[in-house]
Design a binder for this molecule. Structure first.
Ligand SMILES: [Zn+2]
Length: 50
């Protein structure tokens, strides 16, 4: 699997810093897997972990 074909990755919540598995589209982090509404803290912005 190449990097551009990834659909899952790890990201950190921009709000609380919680790391979680997320669904990806290209370089964009869409939403945490299993939580389409975002982080349990209410954050909806995530930064992908390299
Ligand atoms: Zn959070």
């Amino acid at each position: 699997m190449t990097a551009k074909d990834r659909t899952r990755g790890a990201a950190r919540c921009a709000d609380c810093g919680r790391a979680m598995a997320v669904r990806l589209s290209g370089s964009a982090v869409l939403h945490p897997i299993g939580s389409t509404n975002g982080c349990p803290c209410g954050g909806t912005e995530f930064h992908e972990l390299e």
